[in-house]
Write a protein that binds this ligand. Structure first.
Ligand code: SF4
Length: 155
């Protein structure tokens, strides 16, 4: 499939499970994460997820920022969290933006999903860490929106 077909196909689907948590959420300070995209179109040769994409599919599937915002908003108001994810949201654990895919891959120029999610996190006063290897994309996009960048971690 050509990259343009992949992007076109990706627009018809959105990533439903964009917010995730690892099982060690009680102990790990960065177990809660958001993936703005299901996949990385970058397809780096060294990527540990590259092989898995053959099973999971190679379409981009951007997350729906409104859905992510709603889940975050509802999460902190859920007084009886029953799952690990609900517990982590209720306690406003620091979020790692970029878990299985890069939030500032080049597709962000077109979709602006990470930017919108970051805006929601700032509005909710939620601490977060950005995990990206695309520092140049991150730099100018955040500069344009006047957004502070808390911490950056490299892949
Ligand atoms: S940018 Fe990161 S997550 Fe995306 S393909 Fe490359 S190594 Fe994998």
């Amino acid at each position: 499939m050509s990259p343009s077909m992949t992007v076109a196909k990706s627009q018809s689907k959105s990533y439903q499970a964009a917010i995730g948590v690892r099982g060690d959420c009680v102990y790990c300070p960065l177990s809660l994460s958001i993936d703005s995209y299901w996949n990385c179109l970058t397809d780096c040769h060294h990527c540990v997820f590259r092989r898995l994409n053959r099973t999971w599919g190679t379409d981009l599937r951007p997350a729906d920022p409104e859905d992510v915002k709603r889940k975050l908003f509802n999460g902190v108001r859920n007084k009886e969290p029953k799952s690990s994810l609900a517990w982590a949201l209720y306690h406003k654990k620091t979020i790692r933006l970029g878990n299985k895919t890069d939030p500032y891959q080049d597709a962000e120029h077109k979709f602006h999903i990470s930017r919108k999610i970051q805006q929601a996190l700032i509005r909710l006063k939620w601490t977060y860490v950005i995990q990206t290897r695309f520092l140049s994309n991150l730099g100018w996009m955040n500069l344009l929106c006047g957004m502070p960048t808390s911490i950056i971690s490299f892949r």
